[in-house]
Design a protein around this ligand. Structure first.
Ligand code: F6P
Length: 546
């Protein structure tokens, strides 16, 4: 398949961009009173307003041509059919099977994987229930009070985000901790104050070879044994979730008692599997199942809604429009919900590890930009930190605002203020403030004409910054499941547009390989001198600080 930049759709979009780049969003809203109705839609528990984007009906029709020329609909069918859409690793990417709540069989290499999925879900149900009701006890017979989930990347970010987001549903008797970083400060501070007799470690690693996770798991095991833990009862305090039974056994755990993962699920798409065990323990399996329900609803929407009314497709197309034609380098994730504080970090991995690629599926270098830098933070905190650049900086930064209409707490006034800020920021970014408006504001505040002239230029906000707003009734398991699946599919749509494979991550391997060599030199206490002068010099500095 030729590069998209050679396609008729790309040429048409480039020509259309020349006209639209001069048009202000204010004018689009002034010209089209029904813009909100036209450019918004509902899918399951989510509502999306995409009217504050620099698009017209014509833009969307050209973007949909791009999707057609990229064979998007057939790629979606191939994804759901379990074809090896991860071409480099020759694997399917069937995270949708983990949350397939229908009776539809899903096959990998000719065999239905749904019985495997259901069996593992049933084990999760009974294990999480036992930990929650105190039936699962440690070596001394004491129930578990603290669960430490050890894992990194996709084996941590998803469960961590969901546990934090669904805290209002959590069992208060249990504390869930997450340890990802190999920085000893993380596990050291987590273990301080824990009682080994009441602590359960959940070691999550698809490969069970990830250096950070294994180092943290070994430290946890040594801590448990040092504090008088019974070596025979290791299996009551450690449970593994992995595809690699041999490595689990090497660590000293019974693979039969471990939870399975499958190589047809990528790490960053795995929170719906037993990787989500910390979630099921925290909020209960029924809530975990509701999370799966919400994701399944989004899967069905993605699979069946026409492209022009398909939420992940629209978000993917509009994001690619800014990257490809407006030169936007980043995409901001702005949840107006404290409990979604981990969402930007989760989406960073999902999007950047998936679409941070520079060759096509066939290995041909691309001549256009691919995945954006994903970043963000919660509102209203962000308004007092980085929003200034969005309002008056020189870059185009598309953003997603995300909010729940009803809070879990009873502080109605706080929630109204939060939502008012969320809606106002989107409006301010879209409209901006003209020189005349700035002058008028100063005049209304009683400023003298010279003062108006002096200050007004500094108050101008160009506006025309695009944003989406995603609303849900409540941040509940079902809405959260739908939200995360929405972004998973958006990332897939963009990968199809850019002709790249979103399911491998060879780039990550390079740094891991070099770290292994440098670790050997640090252990030996001397640089080998075989590297560049900077790396050699830094190794020497670390080994002999004086
Ligand atoms: O960061 C690279 C990566 O391979 C991620 O894709 C993955 O989620 C993470 O490491 C952890 O891998 P594992 O679950 O195998 O420990």
């Amino acid at each position: 398949m030729p590069l998209p930049t050679r396609s008729a759709a790309w040429a048409a979009l480039a020509a259309h961009h020349k006209t639209l780049a001069r048009v202000h969003l204010r004018d689009l809203f002034d010209q089209e009173p029904g813009r909100f109705e036209r450019f918004s839609l509902e899918a399951g528990p989510l509502f999306l307003d995409y009217s504050r984007n620099r698009v017209t009906t014509r833009t969307l029709s050209l973007l949909l041509d791009w999707a057609r020329e990229s064979d998007l609909e057939s790629w979606v069918a191939r994804l759901f059919a379990g074809e090896a859409v991860n071409q480099t690793e020759r694997r399917p990417a069937l995270h949708m099977a983990l949350r397939n709540r229908s009776n539809r069989p899903i096959e990998v290499a000719g065999s239905d994987v749904m019985p495997l999925v259901h069996a593992e879900l049933a084990r999760m149900r009974s294990f999480s229930a036992a930990v929650r009701d105190g039936g699962w006890t440690g070596h001394s017979g004491a129930p578990v009070t603290d669960v430490v989930a050890i894992g990194i990347g996709g084996s941590s970010l998803g469960p961590r985000l969901v546990v934090e987001a669904l805290a209002p549903y959590a069992e208060p008797r249990l504390r869930i901790h997450f340890v990802a970083n190999v920085d000893g400060a993380e596990i050291d501070s987590t273990l301080a104050g824990l009682d080994p007799a009441r602590t359960l470690f959940v070691v999550i690693s698809k490969t069970f070879t990830t250096a950070e996770t294994l180092a943290n798991a070994r430290t946890a095991r040594a801590w448990y044994l040092d504090k008088g833990g019974d070596p025979q009862a290791l299996g009551r305090h450690f449970v593994a979730i992995s595809t690699n039974a041999a490595k689990v056994a090497e660590f000293g755990l019974d693979p039969e008692k471990s939870f399975a993962m499958w190589d047809w699920v990528g790490g960053r798409y795995s929170l719906w599997s037993a990787v989500g065990l910390p979630i099921a323990i925290a909020v209960g399996f029924d809530r975990f199942a509701e999370l799966l329900d919400g994701a399944h609803e989004m899967d069905e929407h993605f699979r069946s809604a026409p492209p022009a009314a398909n939420m992940p497709v629209l978000l993917g197309l509009i994001g690619a429009w800014y990257g490809g034609f407006f030169g936007a380098a980043s995409h901001a994730i702005l949840p107006y919900d404290r409990r979604l504080a981990q969402l930007p970090a989760f989406l960073q991995q999902l999007d950047m590890e998936s679409n941070g690629k520079r060759v096509t599926r066939e290995g041909e270098p691309v001549d256009y930009t691919t995945g954006p830098i994903v970043w963000g933070g919660v509102g209203t905190d962000g308004q007092h930190a980085f929003f200034q650049l969005l309002h008056q900086g020189t870059r185009l930064v598309p953003a997603d605002f995300i909010a729940a209409i009803e809070p879990h707490h009873g502080l109605a006034e706080h929630h109204r203020m939060l939502l008012a800020n969320c809606l106002a920021q989107g409006e301010a970014l879209m409209r901006g403030r003209t020189l005349a408006e700035a002058g008028a504001e100063l005049a209304a505040a009683g400023a003298a004409p010279e003062e108006q002239q002096r200050l007004a230029p500094h108050m101008v906000c160009p506006g025309n910054q695009p944003s989406n707003t995603i609303l849900m009734r409540r941040l509940d398991p079902r809405s959260l499941g739908a939200l995360l699946a929405l972004y998973e599919h958006k990332v897939f749509v963009q990968a199809v547009l850019w002709r790249i494979n979103p399911f491998d991550q060879y780039g990550v391997e390079l740094g891991k390989k070099l770290a292994t060599g440098i670790l050997r030199e640090l252990e030996a206490g001397a640089p080998s001198g075989t590297r560049d002068s900077s790396t050699n010099g830094l190794i020497a500095k670390v080994v002999s600080p004086s």
